[in-house]
Write a protein that binds this ligand. Structure first.
Ligand SMILES: C[S@@+](CC[C@H](N)C(=O)[O-])C[C@H]1O[C@@H](n2cnc3c(N)ncnc32)[C@H](O)[C@@H]1O
Length: 433
């Protein structure tokens, strides 16, 4: 069994993906806590779908339960992109600490305590660049922190639609492996290009072309050994793929070997099997008008349209607000755009589609949003308000990507245990001799 701890579990995208990949995954503990609300709909949904006991799924601030987290083989989690700068602690010359409430540092506390063999993290791709005033600082702090704890690291920005799935959702995945693993030792033998193209963690499930994007040259550099130095002075331009082994960072802008994507139209067809005729409440209304004198249909048409409007700022400054147009309705022969947490609030980025049966315009249903992320239909139908169902899907990930990564981790883990057993047998035979 591969014992897994899932942090920032949300409605369980990581767990679902891993469990779809193999029965070998055993999620020993999941943590999920929504700081901004008293009700905990994501946690309730998680518990209901996985039938978790109170010991297995904990609904508390991660900062309060670090000591409860048991040893495990694999740590997974999708966490927010925040300010990762560090400062010297007031107490000691040697001590360094991150800002309070920055969840990455809570993850690092878990790692320092439990030292899992493998770690798989997910974040928005903006993390590679932030903050804008010191490009790449946050990602550098993250890489340097993991490196300091004795991990090799590989990362890849993956757009789910490029590997066959139905959503153009681009996220960075970070895979870290302990330096005493067989996998780390193997990676040390390969050159960086080979790791990215053939031998590394992402290469098999997410193949890339031989050539790299020439606009972004490959780079090789070392991170400062002092974390404070990284935080205060270091900046770097990270490409969409990279690796750190033996203290050297190598980063390349890879091009995916694309698989034909699933289209939004195909998702609507799949959803039709479960939900039948779409309820009238999802259709754009043409009767009542809002304060601006627009019907819901007209409002969406306006929101999605190109704009060049004279506006006045709070300080009385006049300026032109401009934005381009968006597809209205969405194209059904393509994968969808990224689903945001605001999908359910009927704004410019909400998807509007032409219904397959009625040809009238409507918003996506929660089931369609679940299918766009690879969740089972009605996954979030666990008693939460409908708007929260959209929110949870905007927060979640494309489960199928985790399933693919899960296949790779099972392979790695099996090799680790086989080699460990072989070595153990050798030792036993030698002691008999
Ligand atoms: C990006 S979402 C992860 C979604 C998840 N991967 C899924 O499939 O649903 C991050 C989650 O972390 C939770 N969270 C935020 N602050 C937290 C904290 N201090 N302790 C525990 N969980 C927290 C949020 O409620 C949110 O559900």
């Amino acid at each position: 069994m591969i014992n897994v701890v899932e942090l920032f579990a949300g409605v369980g995208g990581f767990r679902l993906g891993l469990e779809k990949s193999s029965k070998k995954y055993n999620i020993t503990l999941a943590n999920q806590w929504e700081p901004s609300t008293k009700s905990q709909p994501a946690f309730d949904c998680y518990k209901k779908n996985f039938n978790s006991t109170d010991d297995e799924a904990i609904n508390e601030d991660i900062a309060d339960i670090i000591g409860l987290i048991p040893e495990h083989d694999l740590l997974v989690g999708g966490f927010p992109c925040q300010d990762y700068s560090v400062a010297r602690t007031l107490a000691g010359e040697m001590g360094i600490e991150g800002h309070k409430g920055v969840l990455f540092f809570e993850i690092m506390k878990v790692i320092n305590r439990t030292k899992p063999k493998f770690i798989l993290l997910e974040n928005v791709d903006r993390l590679l660049k932030s903050p804008s005033t010191q490009r790449g600082r946050d990602f550098s702090v993250m890489l340097a922190s993991l490196q300091k704890q004795g991990y090799g690291i590989e990362w890849r920005v993956i757009n789910a639609a490029e590997y066959g799935f139905a959503q153009r959702r681009r996220r960075v995945f970070i895979f870290a492996y302990r330096e005493d693993t067989n996998f780390y030792k193997e990676q040390q033998k390969h050159n960086f290009q080979d790791i990215i193209h053939q031998k590394g963690f992402f290469a098999k499930e997410f193949p890339v072309k031989d050539e790299h994007n020439e606009k972004h040259p490959d780079k090789e550099f070392e991170l400062p050994s002092n974390l404070l130095d990284v935080s205060d002075n270091f900046s770097a331009k990270y490409n969409n793929s990279g690796v750190i082994v033996n203290g050297v960072v190598y980063t390349a802008e890879t091009l995916p070997v694309e698989t034909t994507p699933t289209t939004l139209g195909e998702i609507l067809e799949q959803a039709r099997e479960f939900q039948g005729q779409v309820d009238e409440k999802y259709y754009l209304k043409n009767d009542k008008k809002n304060k601006k004198g627009r019907t819901e249909y007209e409002e969406m048409e306006y929101q999605k349209g190109a704009k060049k409007e004279k506006r006045v700022s709070k300080t009385g400054h006049e300026y032109y607000y401009t934005e381009g147009s968006m597809a209205f309705p969405e194209r059904l022969d393509m994968p969808s755009r990224t689903m945001l947490t605001s999908e359910g609030t009927k704004n410019r980025s909400s998807h509007v589609v032409k219904d397959l049966d009625t040809s009238r315009l409507r918003f996506l249903t929660p089931i369609e949003c679940e299918l766009l992320n690879g969740f089972d239909p009605d996954w979030t139908n666990s008693g939460m308000p409908e708007r929260t169902r959209y929110f949870c899907m905007g927060n979640a990930l494309v489960v199928d990507l985790i399933e693919k990564m899960g296949n790779q981790i099972v392979d790695l883990y099996t090799k680790e245990t086989t080699i460990y057993q072989e070595k153990n047998n050798e030792v036993q035979q030698m002691s008999i001799l």
